[in-house]
Write a protein that binds this ligand. Structure first.
Ligand SMILES: [Zn+2]
Length: 81
């Protein structure tokens, strides 16, 4: 099973998690072989992949996005716990 297809489907999936709409949209851009592979991905797996991404870490004080290994906010200087 191709992670690329799963990744691309997740990218098309909106906040409403409408898998069938995302799948239709994605299928339109594929040839038959890729399309078949995409049709075989279970709906549950797509939803799980789309919702499993960890949240982006943010500064507790100012809300700036933090790099994963950064422990001090580059905007306000707050040390993160
Ligand atoms: Zn900050």
């Amino acid at each position: 099973m191709s992670r690329r297809h799963l990744h691309n489907l997740c990218a098309l999936l909106g906040d409403d998690l409408d898998v069938e709409r995302a799948r239709d949209e994605y299928l339109a851009s594929l040839d038959a072989d890729d399309g078949l592979a995409v049709l075989l991905i279970p709906r549950d797996e797509i939803v799980a992949a789309a919702t499993a991404r960890p949240p982006v870490p943010r500064c507790d004080r100012c809300g700036a996005r933090l790099p994963r290994k950064r422990h001090r906010c580059s905007r306000c200087g707050l040390r993160q716990t």
